[in-house]
Design a protein around this ligand. Structure first.
Ligand SMILES: Cc1cc2nc3c(=O)[nH]c(=O)nc-3n(C[C@H](O)[C@H](O)[C@H](O)COP(=O)(O)OP(=O)(O)OC[C@H]3O[C@@H](n4cnc5c(N)ncnc54)[C@H](O)[C@@H]3O)c2cc1C
Length: 421
């Protein structure tokens, strides 16, 4: 199950990337004992390394280059996507990719993630194992179960450099046949052949890199920005025993009247109707009963809190909203900066300080070919017969939530699709 296993020259399914989605796929495909599965993961297996299992390890890593991928180093926030957001995936041209399919079929999602009104706080789950208080990631959950399946091999330190196609094409579509791979411990194994399918789960940056000759690759990439406002906590009894860490998360609607005015302006301005960003903004503005921003509070050692804003939209408006909300003021020693500054000043401050949340997705989106996108809603790459993508790259629209919960659910659905074809 690791890089010391005997070398494989061929497998029915070759999965490129043993990260969050790749290990869900490996687990579910290997339930069928008649097929062989090979996972090629470029990073090492560090499932037992306390640097990884430690709940704060994510702070030091920009991306997950280990078995378990970004689920092994991320900030543990497991938030469901919104129903309206998932339904938009279908409206964008992907039959069956809607909230109902996910809610009915993927029980773990619906149990944790029952859609409730998103205005005001709602419970969120952290990916922490309650038995040992350590990180629960794809490598210690999905791959631990999959390790009991003898038809599955996981090679770590195995970096895929190229997908090679059969020539000539079948009709006008090419068949992905070989993977060119570099394995640190095994310089002899360079080419692996697939009998059936090659599945790309190398993440939102590396999957498009492997597909870069395909048109549309990268064009739909989306991310959440984050604005962090450090503020001194007041010494009041309600909050004096706070431990460092994540304290609260709320999805709120910022300002319905203002949003309606913005929607009017937005709809009358010149814009590209097919862009994912356009559709995301339109969706948020038009659904006034849904959240338009996610606000969280985290504490660090000492009397300091970090107010974070991961907006679905309108980052500067969210910053202003916080600074003028009277019920928050008693918790903060010197108020929340910036105070009631003008919107233009707030916008400039946010532009200067905004950071990435590492929620990137959509670089190889499932969208109709006429929109110049890359993957069919059956997850097949256009122009190929058997090359599939199953990771966060395929999201046509960024979820209105931290993406990990959606990555797990999409990978489960992807496994069902692959098994049925
Ligand atoms: C720092 C950080 C914090 C985050 N915090 C949160 C959070 O709190 N909540 C949340 O919901 N989301 C969070 N996210 C996002 C979430 O973790 C990701 O969206 C999700 O894990 C992506 O899953 P994936 O399967 O698409 O890719 P990944 O899990 O990143 O898996 C890709 C895998 O492919 C491997 N790989 C890449 N190229 C190759 C190659 N050529 N050959 C072989 N293997 C290869 C990589 O090593 C990696 O293991 C965070 C992300 C980061 C980076």
């Amino acid at each position: 199950m690791d890089s010391h296993s005997p070398p494989l020259k061929t497998a029915d399914y070759i999965i490129v990337g043993g990260g969050t989605s790749g290990l869900v796929m490996a687990n579910l495909l290997s339930e069928d004992p008649t097929v062989s599965i090979l996972v090629l993961e470029s990073g090492p297996n560090r499932a037992k390394d306390s640097y990884i299992t430690d709940l704060m390890a994510w702070l030091k890593h920009p991306a997950g280059h280990v078995l378990g991928g970004s689920s092994a180093i991320n900030s543990l926030v497991f938030v469901p996507p919104s129903a309206a957001g998932l339904n938009t995936w279908e409206q964008m041209g992907n039959p069956g990719w809607n909230w109902q399919t996910f809610n009915q079929k993927y029980a773990y999602t619906s149990k944790l993630v029952l859609e409730r009104p998103t205005v005001g706080t709602r419970p969120y789950t952290a990916t922490i194992n309650p038995n040992c208080a350590q990180r629960s990631s794809a490598d210690v959950t999905y791959s631990a179960v999959a390790a009991q399946h003898p038809n599955l091999t996981i090679l770590t330190a195995a970096t895929v450099h190229r997908i090679m196609f059969n020539s000539p094409a079948v009709g006008d579509r090419y068949r992905a046949a070989w993977i060119l791979v570099e394995i640190t411990d095994n310089p002899d194994l360079k080419l692996v052949r697939t009998n059936r399918k090659i599945v790309l789960a190398a993440g939102v940056f590396q999957t498009p890199k492997l597909l870069e000759l395909n048109r549309g690759v990268g064009a739909n990439m989306q991310n959440h920005l984050i604005a962090i406002i450090p503020c001194l906590l007041s010494r009041i009894s309600e909050i004096e025993d706070l431990n460092p860490g994540f304290q609260a998360l709320a999805f709120i609607r910022l300002n319905n009247q203002k949003d309606l005015r913005l929607l009017d302006q937005f709809l009358s301005s010149e814009r590209s109707a097919t862009s994912g960003r356009t559709q995301a903004i339109e969706l948020i503005l038009a659904n006034l009963d849904k959240a338009s921003a996610c606000i969280f509070l985290s504490t660090i050692p000492g009397p300091v809190a970090l107010f974070g804003l991961i907006p679905c939209f309108l980052l500067s408006q969210a910053v202003q909203y916080l600074s003028i909300t009277p019920s928050l003021h008693k918790f903060f020693d010197r108020g929340l900066a910036p105070t009631e500054a003008s919107l233009e000043i707030t916008k400039a401050a946010v532009r200067k300080k905004a950071l990435t949340t590492h929620h990137t997705c959509g670089s190889v989106a499932i969208l109709p070919l006429e929109k110049k996108k890359v993957v069919y809603s059956t997850l097949t790459v256009y122009g190929t017969t058997n090359l599939r993508v199953v990771d966060a790259s395929i999201f046509p629209l960024m979820p209105h939530a931290n993406p990990m919960a959606t990555v797990y659910a999409v990978a489960e659905r992807a496994a069902d699709i692959l098994k049925s074809l």
